[in-house]
Design a protein. Structure first.
Length: 369
């Protein structure tokens, strides 16, 4: 009576059975046992919740194996039915139990896999964030600013695109003056009324027009000149302008102020030298040199044997400039100076090529970290 075939879908091929009623009972019993064994085996191989779910449908669902058996109960005798019913229930319970425990172990395996793959070793050293640092020019400018602020100076600003009225006329530099030439100045207007400022000095005029004495300001910023870029020239560079106007300001105040700057930046015992010079907007005018930062004044290649290096231009504010902004030159006097920030930086760190300050070569810049 077992010469029958049970289809994969677990429906029973009654027609192949050597069909007595007793035969059907045994086939159903065998089929239920087979279902249990098959379910166990398949559950063992299930890898995730989705596979478990399709196995649940396959064995316990409405069209599943057990339901198919129960549908055949009618062909059994009254004595056989409870036995098959009880067996079907125990197979169902076994499969449910196996599903639950398989689900548990799949969850546990998934958890331990996550713990393994996502583990975080808090003792591994982190990737350090690359912190930047100031550019050497910013370092020197900050120092200069601090020195002036400690002497009571305020910081003022002016435009880089400047009216020639402020850049030249009001600085006692009339039309036709060589520094107003097209070969020196970047004009923006054909009529020469607007240009990229070639010095920070126009800020003097703008500030004095807006503020009455006492005036005590510095003004750092970019300036432009028609120079080719080489080791000591650049079409764009930076200056720091200084201006003091009050009653009784003398050349001695200018010297004392600039000596304080130089000693603050280059060292307590570095000497300065004031040489006569000419600027249209100061009278008298001078250029200021510092003792060579390389040889200390004995003469070397850097100072070309002179012992001195030129640092800045300065002078007493020209009476015409004061009068031009409505300040009475008989009552007030003042001094002004303009220092190149690149130059100040190069002398501070003995940098012999201006271009290093602009090239952003980290091998150079990291030396100032
Ligand atoms: N403006 C001058 C220059 O660029 C420097 C200077 C400033 C001179 C103030 C005197 C007074 O060379």
């Amino acid at each position: 009576m077992f010469f029958c075939e049970i289809r994969k879908s677990h429906r029973i091929h009654f027609y192949l059975c050597l069909g007595t009623a007793k035969g059907i009972y045994f086939i159903m019993k065998a089929t239920l046992e087979k279902l249990r064994a098959e379910a166990w085996r398949e559950l063992e191989g299930a890898r995730d919740a989705r596979e478990l779910d399709s196995l649940r449908v396959k064995y316990l669902g409405k069209k599943g194996g057990i339901t198919a058996i129960l549908k055949q109960m009618g062909s059994l005798s009254a004595e056989e039915r409870p036995a098959i019913g009880a067996l079907a229930n125990s197979v169902r319970e076994d499969i449910e139990g196996a599903l639950a425990s398989r689900a548990e172990s799949i969850d546990a395996a998934a958890l331990s896999e996550r713990l393994r793959s996502e583990k975080l070793d808090v003792t591994v050293p982190g990737t350090p964030a690359a912190a930047g640092h100031r550019h050497p020019m910013s370092i020197v400018l900050d120092e200069a600013r601090d020195i002036f602020i400690s002497m009571g100076f305020a910081v003022a600003e002016g435009p880089e695109i400047e009216l020639s009225e402020y850049g030249f006329d009001k600085l006692n530099t009339p039309p036709g003056h060589t520094v107003r030439g097209w070969s020196d100045t970047f004009y923006i207007a054909r009529d020469e009324s607007v240009h990229l400022r070639s010095q920070t000095s126009p800020v003097q005029v703008r500030y004095m027009e807006a503020h009455r004495p006492p005036v005590r300001i510095i003004s750092p910023g970019g300036v432009y000149r028609k120079d080719e870029l080489d080791a000591s020239h650049s079409p764009m560079f930076h200056q720091l302008e200084g201006l003091v106007v009050d009653r009784g300001i003398t050349f001695g105040d200018l010297k004392g102020t600039l000596n304080t700057l130089v000693q603050g930046i280059y060292g307590e015992d570095v000497k300065t030298r004031f040489r006569p010079h000419h600027f249209p907007f100061t009278e008298p005018s001078c250029e200021v040199d510092v003792q060579c930062v390389v040889c200390g004044g004995t003469g070397c290649r850097v100072c070309k044997g002179e012992g001195w290096l030129e640092l800045l231009g300065a002078g007493m504010v020209h009476p015409k400039v004061l009068a031009g902004v409505g300040i009475d030159p008989d009552e007030y006097s003042g001094f002004a100076f303009g220092v190149g920030i690149e130059r100040m930086t190069m002398l501070r760190y003995t940098i012999d090529d201006l271009r290093l300050l602009y090239e952003n070569d980290l091998r150079f810049l990291r030396q100032f970290a």
